[in-house]
Design a protein around this ligand. Structure first.
Ligand SMILES: [Zn+2]
Length: 322
């Protein structure tokens, strides 16, 4: 039986199966943007640039020199019926190890926003095969322990922590909130305070476990705010001033004035990158197939932050933001 709070808008938006908005770098419209040119976006990184690759959904691979950080890496993208009305929370978890191994590099850190399958599914395999440290909630901790990740690789945060990983790599954990459907609900809420008796084998056994966001910075270059779901608590963002914001696109209007309130709270980042707007049960191949109403989101960003540069990502393309 499906969770009563579930519909597809729990995750995303209407089934706008439009062809991907593609690889566009969309300079913010309007005269203000023209007067204040934003920093260049390039795909030809220098030695100290931070290079970002979008994995689809909320996921990123972020490289700075020899250091690699992953956020919500979900590459397997198996079908759950989310897009054809046959969604089943009994869908079995599976990992496409060949695909995952081909894209994750050698991460030292994996940041996890929450424990839903489209954020955490591939994390146990990556952690076990690379030895990377995973930063997430207590629920993520218990689930990953049950899925075979050694406790010594797991770091539990609640939000508010500022973690120093040396040589300028700093991770700020931020208490955040999960996306809501038009009924103000979402799939599989709940937290774990102990390891489940059996390792989870289905997506329904992966509860949200509260939601985090992160702000990531290296010794040089811009800081980035990373979201895994489209809601937030303003007071938790106080003092954050990221240069780049990876913003989850909402699938409903359940959160009041989501875009302007978020951009205000973040101090109007110079670069805004929409994430979690793609249909994530299709192959990870460009052009991106759109699910959430990206056009409406972009219009709201232009209105709220007319000077921001908006970069619509495509899959796996290395990008730097200066
Ligand atoms: Zn979720």
């Amino acid at each position: 039986m499906q969770h009563p709070g579930l519909d597809r808008r729990t995750f995303m938006g209407t089934a706008a199966a439009a062809a991907g908005a593609g690889l566009a770098t969309v300079a913010a419209a309007g005269p203000a943007a023209a007067e204040q040119p934003a920093p260049a976006v390039t795909t030809a990184p220098g030695a100290t640039d931070t290079v970002y690759r979008w994995f689809g959904t909320a996921g990123w691979r972020i490289d700075h020199g020899r250091r690699t950080v992953l956020f919500d890496p979900y590459l397997t993208r198996f079908p759950t019926g989310l897009y054809d009305g046959t969604f089943s929370e009994r869908t079995a978890l599976t990992v496409n190890t060949r695909l995952v191994d081909a894209h994750v590099g050698r991460p030292e850190l994996i940041l996890v926003s929450h424990s839903h399958w489209d954020h955490v599914n591939d994390v146990p395999h990556i952690a076990v095969t690379t030895g990377a440290t995973v930063v997430g909630t207590e629920t993520t901790y218990h689930l990953l322990r049950a899925l075979g990740v050694p406790a010594g690789q797991l770091v539990v945060v609640r939000g508010g922590e500022v973690l120093d990983f040396g040589d300028g790599l700093v991770v700020r954990a931020v208490s955040s909130r999960h996306s809501r459907n038009r009924g103000h609900q979402y799939f599989a809420p709940g937290t774990l305070h102990a390891m489940p008796p059996q390792p989870p084998t289905t997506i329904g056994e992966l509860p949200e476990g509260d939601t985090l966001a992160f702000q990531l910075s290296f010794a040089q270059g811009p800081s980035a705010f990373l979201m895994g779901a489209s809601d937030f608590a303003e007071r938790e963002l106080a003092g954050l001033r990221p240069d780049i914001a990876m913003v989850a696109v909402p699938g409903s209007t359940a959160t009041h004035r989501y875009v302007p309130r978020l951009l205000d709270a973040l101090g109007h980042p110079g670069t805004v990158v929409p994430v979690h707007w793609d249909r994530f049960e299709t192959e990870l191949v460009n052009p991106v197939r759109q699910d959430a109403d990206l056009g409406a989101f972009l219009a709201q960003v232009r209105q709220a932050s007319p000077r921001a540069r908006v970069v619509v990502p495509d899959y796996l393309t290395p990008r730097t933001f200066r």
